[in-house]
Design a protein around this ligand. Structure first.
Ligand code: ATP
Ligand code: MG
Length: 573
C-alpha cells in the first residue's frame, strides 16, 4: 500500500477529549474518529487491526469446535418481554419502533435470539453439545461511554453460546472456551489474568471467569496472588486464614464473656472521628452497618479498617437484593441515631466478619446516642452472630489457595467473560430437547463474550512508548514500513518500490511511505503508527544498503538488500 493514498490522518498532539493512552493513540495515529459519544468510525489502519483481532478470535473459536453464525441486531421487543429482560435491562437497552409502530431493540447481547433459534432447530440429545458464535456489532446505551473503544455504545463483540444435555457437558464446553480465550489473548500479546468472578445466584461452582487485561486505566480491581495462579475480582476475592485464629467457633466458644465498658462519645460517629478521639488506629474499632436484605434488616460487623463486601453478604444470606438501610430503619432497629450502631442488644440477625472475631478487644457503637462500648474479646459475639467472610480482601492478605502467597491488587480491563448460565434462559424461553429416554429437558447453557473492539484498546494500553504505538506483530496493520528518505531520489524510490513489491509478493503486508515529506515527519509518523519493522532507504541505496529498525526494541541494522529481505521475511521483530 502506498501511504500517499492511505487515509491515515495523524495528529501531532493528543486531542484534549481523550484521557486514556489508548484513546489518544488511536486518534493520533488515525485509527478511529468519533461520530457521536461512544460511536466510532474505523479508518483503514484501525479496520485492519480490528480484522486481525476478529480473525484470531474466529480461528480459535473454530478450533474449539464452535460454529459461526450471524444473528440480527434488530430484535423484536416481544422476545425480550418473553425472557423478562425488556424491563429489567433498563436504559442500556436501545429501543426503537418500525413503521407499524412495532417495538424493537438493538441487541446488547443475544441470549434471547440464540435460545429461540436453538429451541426451534435442535430437539434431540443426539444433536448436543453445540456451541454457536458470532462476531457482531452490539448496542448498549452506556451511562458513561468513555476511553474511546474501551466503553462504547456501539461496539464489536464476539459472543458464543453453548448448549449441553447436562452440567458435566456444560463444564466441558466452558473449559473449552476458557482454553480458547487463553490462546486468543496470548496470541494478541496481551498481559492478562483469568479471574474468578461473582456468578450471582446462578452459575454454580467455578461458574464464571472474567479475562482481565492488566492496565492502570482498567475499571475493575482484581486481587492476584503473588505466588500462585489465584486471581479474583474484588467483589469475589477471598483471603486465607493461615495466620488467623478466629473463624473457628470451637476455639471462640470456650472464651469467657466480659462486661463491656461504656464510653461517652458525644457526636463522635465516624471511624476517622473515633480514631482521632481515642488516638487509635481504625483496626481498633468495629463498624456495624444495618442492611436491608430483601427488605429485612440485618447487621453486618467488620473491623474499622475493613470494607463490607455487599456481594459476599448477599451470597451468604442467599438474598436477591441487599442495600444499606435507610436512616429511619437504622434508628428503629438500633434505638440510636446513625453512627452509634453496635453488636450488643440488637434483635436482628448479626453477621460478623472473621477479623472482628479475631480481635482481642475493640470499640463499637452502644446502640445509644453519644455512647460507644469497649468490648473485650468480641469473639464472644459469635454466640449470637454468624461468622463469615463479609469484607473486601486487602493487599497483603494471605492467598486463599496456596500456603505462602500474599494478595496484591491490580487494575484490569475486562476483555472477556465466560459464564455458566445453566437453565436461566432455556427455562424461561421453554427451550428443550428430548433425552435418551424421550423425556423433555431444558438445555444447559453457557455464554461467552469477548469485547473485540475493547480488546484493541486494551492491547494499546499495554503496547506503546512515548513515541507512539508498538504493535505486536500478530495484529499490526502492516508488518513492514518501507520508508525512502527522499522520494525525489529515483534510486531510493526504485529500491523502495522493489522491496515493497518483493515483500508483498511473499505475503508480508507492507506500507510504502511515498509521501514527499521531510524525513523527520516521516520517521515521527512511522514511530507513531508503530509498524513492527521499518526499512529506511537512504543515501546508501546506490550500494544496495538499507537500514532496518525494529520498533519494539529500537535496534538498528545496516543490511544489504537480500539480507534485509530475509530479515523482513523472518520473525525476529
Ligand atoms: P462491563 O462490566 O465492562 O460493562 P459487561 O459485564 O457488561 O462489561 P458482558 O455483558 O459480559 O460485559 O459483555 C461481554 C464483553 O463485551 C465484555 O467482557 C467486554 O469485553 C465487552 N463489552 C461490554 N460492554 C462493552 C462496551 N460498552 N464497550 C466495549 N466493549 C464492551
Ligand atoms: Mg456492562
Amino acid at each position: 500500500m502506498r501511504q500517499s493514498q492511505l487515509l491515515m490522518p495523524t495528529l501531532r498532539e493528543a486531542p484534549s477529549e481523550a484521557e486514556a493512552a489508548s484513546h489518544q493513540l488511536m486518534l493520533r495515529a488515525g485509527l478511529i474518529r468519533q461520530l457521536a459519544a461512544g460511536i466510532y468510525t474505523y479508518l483503514p489502519l484501525g479496520r485492519r487491526v480490528l480484522r486481525k483481532l476478529e480473525q484470531i478470535v474466529r480461528e480459535e473459536m473454530d478450533a474449539s469446535g464452535a460454529q459461526e453464525v450471524l444473528m440480527p441486531s434488530m430484535q423484536p421487543a416481544e422476545l425480550w418481554r418473553e425472557s423478562g429482560r425488556y424491563e429489567v435491562y433498563g436504559p442500556e437497552l436501545m429501543r426503537l419502533r418500525d413503521r407499524h409502530d412495532r417495538e424493537f431493540t438493538l441487541g446488547p447481547t443475544h441470549e434471547e435470539v440464540i435460545t429461540t433459534l436453538v429451541r426451534g432447530e435442535v430437539n434431540s440429545y443426539r444433536q448436543l453439545p453445540i456451541t454457536l458464535y458470532q462476531i457482531q456489532t452490539k448496542f448498549r446505551d452506556e451511562k458513561r461511554p468513555r476511553y474511546g473503544l474501551l466503553r462504547g455504545r456501539e461496539f464489536l463483540m464476539k459472543d458464543a453460546y453453548s448448549f449441553d444435555a447436562d452440567w458435566e457437558g456444560l463444564h466441558r464446553s466452558y473449559t473449552s472456551m476458557y482454553e480458547a480465550y487463553h490462546r486468543i489473548f496470548t496470541r494478541c500479546n496481551l498481559y492478562f489474568r483469568a479471574v474468578e468472578a461473582d456468578a450471582g445466584s446462578i452459575g454454580g461452582e467455578g461458574g464464571t471467569h472474567e479475562f482481565m487485561a492488566l492496565a492502570d486505566i482498567g475499571e475493575d480491581t482484581i486481587a492476584v496472588c503473588q505466588s500462585c495462579s489465584y486471581a479474583a475480582n474484588l467483589e469475589k476475592a477471598e483471603y486465607g486464614f493461615h495466620n488467623q485464629t478466629a473463624g473457628n467457633p470451637s476455639i471462640v466458644q470456650n472464651r469467657q464473656l466480659s462486661e463491656p465498658k461504656r464510653l461517652h462519645t458525644p457526636d463522635i460517629k465516624k471511624i476517622d472521628q473515633l480514631t482521632e478521639a481515642f488516638g487509635l488506629g481504625a483496626e481498633a474499632f468495629m463498624k456495624t452497618l444495618i442492611y436491608l436484605a430483601d427488605g429485612k434488616p440485618v447487621a453486618v460487623i467488620v473491623r474499622g479498617d475493613h470494607e463490607v463486601n455487599e456481594i459476599k453478604v448477599k451470597n451468604q444470606l442467599a438474598a436477591v437484593h441487599v442495600e444499606l438501610a435507610d436512616q429511619a430503619t437504622t434508628e428503629r432497629v438500633t434505638g440510636a441515631p446513625t453512627g452509634f450502631a453496635g453488636p450488643i442488644g440488637l434483635h436482628i440477625p448479626i453477621f460478623a466478619d472473621y477479623a472482628v472475631l479475631n480481635m482481642e478487644s475493640g470499640i463499637a457503637g452502644a446502640n445509644e446516642k453519644d455512647y460507644h462500648l469497649h468490648i473485650e474479646q468480641p469473639s464472644s459475639l459469635i454466640l449470637k452472630a454468624e461468622a463469615g467472610d463479609y469484607r473486601n480482601a486487602e493487599a497483603g492478605d494471605c492467598c486463599p489457595r496456596c500456603a505462602d502467597g500474599r494478595l496484591a491488587f491490580h487494575r484490569g480491563i475486562e476483555v472477556g467473560h465466560v459464564f455458566k448460565l445453566g437453565t436461566k434462559y432455556s427455562e424461561t424461553l421453554q427451550a428443550k430437547y428430548l433425552n435418551a429416554s424421550g423425556k423433555e429437558q431444558p438445555f444447559i447453557m453457557g455464554c461467552y463474550g469477548i469485547g473485540v473492539s475493547r480488546l484493541l484498546s486494551a492491547v494499546l494500553e499495554q503496547h506503546s512508548d512515548h513515541n507512539g504505538i508498538v504493535w505486536p506483530r500478530a495484529i499490526a496493520p502492516y508488518q513492514v514500513h518501507v520508508v525512502p528518505v527522499s522520494v525525489k531520489d529515483a534510486v531510493q524510490m526504485d529500491l523502495a518500490a522493489h522491496i515493497a513489491a518483493r515483500l508483498s509478493a511473499a505475503g508480508v503486508e507492507t506500507l510504502l511511505d511515498d509521501r514527499d515529506e521531510r524525513p523527520g515527519v516521516k520517521f515521527k509518523d512511522s514511530d507513531l503508527i508503530g509498524i513492527p519493522l521499518r526499512i529506511v532507504i537512504g543515501k546508501q541505496a546506490a550500494e544496495g544498503i538499507v537500514e532496518l529498525k525494529v520498533r519494539k526494541s529500537g535496534e538498528l541494522h545496516q543490511m544489504a538488500l537480500e539480507a534485509a529481505l530475509a530479515f523482513a521475511l523472518g520473525t525476529d521483530y
